[in-house]
Ligand binder design. Structure first.
Ligand SMILES: Cc1ncc(COP(=O)(O)O)c(C=O)c1O
Length: 467
């Protein structure tokens, strides 16, 4: 056990980890096996995974049916590609299944292997679409502060988190950002949903006009922001955004990598948040993380240009990955979707999500450093902040309040996640979570928050809170 930890410490280059500290201290946890919502580490300690890995293990761990489907497919046809009109059966069946579930108006799926590559493909489709329409200037892509869209050269810039830009010379020059509709920090006093949504849509329109609509190709947004802070837009936000985009012939890309396949209690987040996108990206929940697979869903409006003017001008579509439509990954997705349907897990995510959000609100109501509890469906967060006489102020980032709460909960056997740019702690459990599981998660995290709050007080950082 110590030997394997040593190998990890010495040789693995970990994503989103402190390089030097990892080399010194090694793994925070080494997962060894998992079943349902529970992970067991290399010392035999069990943890409840309230994040479903990275927002992805929707059907829970240890599903033999998915493992068997992948093994059967690997034995039958372990690999074949989709270039030059080559095809495989699982990919065709999966594409039909995805289009059947998608909102009306979508006709094609382009497969990849990660959320990042899906959004990268989106940018190229937007450029290709506008080149095909003889609008070569219409290339800028607008995203939102705190939006998370991946880490490639294009998508790392679309992601509106400064920590993903620093050191990497990002964003690329054609990327712009507008404010996130963050109720706690962005909504003005006395602003209702309608006024808040109108102001956010106006900010987008002002930017498009300032840049020149002839230079703006697309706007990308998650229906509910995940990694950037679990930010739920005010009612009416996306319909107002859609009106602005339509006025300026700008495409709407829904990044459904977290929300897609049920997390909000509907098959896609776009339905729940009234989004009406032209393009959609999916990943994570399509296989529940059993295999890396993503998809770009293309609407008829875009497809007609790609297959018409685009094909006439450029010939074969010059984009694709070795693992586009990998048959073993597609087999995993098909069985995963069978499970989601047979066990009615989309409706269950809606029901359990309501319980998660209600219970979280009750548990943190009046807690001295809990500034906001927010969420939709099976995704939720508590944001911690410093109470002041007239509201809330963000904690000094050096205090790492969110990370400390998450660490304390981890020691107590619950995996949650501290989100960047503030001190929000998030929850995104598998859809098979039970009421008792949710009670356990919330009571553990509340205990951890109380412990850190007491420590902050003792350190002299919470002088505004009476003893
Ligand atoms: C909304 C969203 N889009 C894109 C991505 C990137 O996906 P991947 O990490 O598979 O590249 C993520 C990852 O968390 C995400 O949450």
């Amino acid at each position: 056990m110590a030997q394997i930890r040593d190998l990890d410490r010495k040789y693995v280059f970990h994503p989103f980890s402190m390089a030097h500290a990892h080399e010194q201290s090694g793994a925070a946890m080494m997962a060894q096996s998992a079943e349902g919502c529970w992970i067991t580490d290399d010392a035999g300690k069990r943890y409840f995974d309230a994040m479903a890995g990275l927002w992805c293990v929707n059907v829970g761990y240890g599903r033999d049916r998915i493992a068997d489907a992948m093994a059967d497919q690997a034995r039958k046809l372990s690999y074949f590609h989709g270039f030059s009109s080559m095809a495989t059966e699982p990919a065709a069946l999966l594409a039909e299944r995805v289009i059947e579930k998608a909102p009306a108006g979508f006709s094609k799926v382009f497969f990849g292997a990660s959320g990042s590559d899906a959004n990268d493909t989106q940018a190229k489709i937007v450029w290709y679409y506008n080149n095909a329409r003889d609008m070569p200037q219409k290339k800028k892509i607008i995203a939102r502060d705190r939006g998370y869209h991946g880490v490639t050269v294009m998508t790392g810039g679309l992601t509106g988190l400064p920590s993903l830009h620093a050191g990497f010379d990002l964003p690329l020059p054609m990327i712009r950002h507008v404010s996130a509709p963050h109720g706690l920090w962005t909504r003005l006093p006395d602003e209702d949903d309608d006024a808040f949504a109108t102001r956010m849509a106006q900010e987008l329109e002002d930017l498009i006009v300032e840049e020149g609509p002839e230079t703006v190709g697309a706007f990308i947004a998650e229906p509910v922001m995940g990694a950037g802070g679990v930010i739920v837009p005010p009612k009416g936000y996306f319909p107002k955004i859609r009106e602005v985009l339509d006025r300026h012939d700008v495409l709407l890309i829904a990044d459904e990598v977290v929300c897609g396949f049920g997390r909000l209690g509907t098959w896609f987040g776009a339905e729940k948040m009234e989004m009406a996108p032209d393009l959609m990206s999916v990943a994570k929940g399509i296989t529940s993380g059993y295999a890396p697979l993503s998809g770009v869903l293309v609407s008829d409006r875009i497809w007609s240009v790609i297959s018409g003017a685009g094909a006439a001008k450029y010939g074969a579509f010059g984009h694709g990955y070795t693992y586009t439509a990998h048959p073993v990954m597609a087999a995993a997705a098909l069985t995963n979707l069978d499970i989601v349907e047979e066990e009615n897990l989309v409706a269950r995510a809606g029901e359990m999500g309501a319980y998660l959000n209600d219970t979280l609100k009750k548990a943190f109501d009046g807690m001295p450093i809990a500034a906001e509890v927010r969420g939709r469906g099976l995704v939720a967060a508590v944001e911690f902040a410093q109470p002041t006489v007239d509201g809330w102020r963000k904690f000094d980032p050096k205090l790492t309040v969110g990370a400390r709460i998450v660490r304390a909960a981890l020691e107590d056997g619950v995996i949650s996640r501290a989100l960047p740019n503030g001190d929000a702690v998030s929850f995104s459990p598998p859809f098979v979570v039970t009421h008792e599981d949710i009670d356990l998660v919330i009571s553990t995290v509340r205990r951890a928050a109380d412990q850190i709050c007491a420590a902050l007080k003792a350190e002299g950082h919470l002088s505004t809170i009476p003893a």
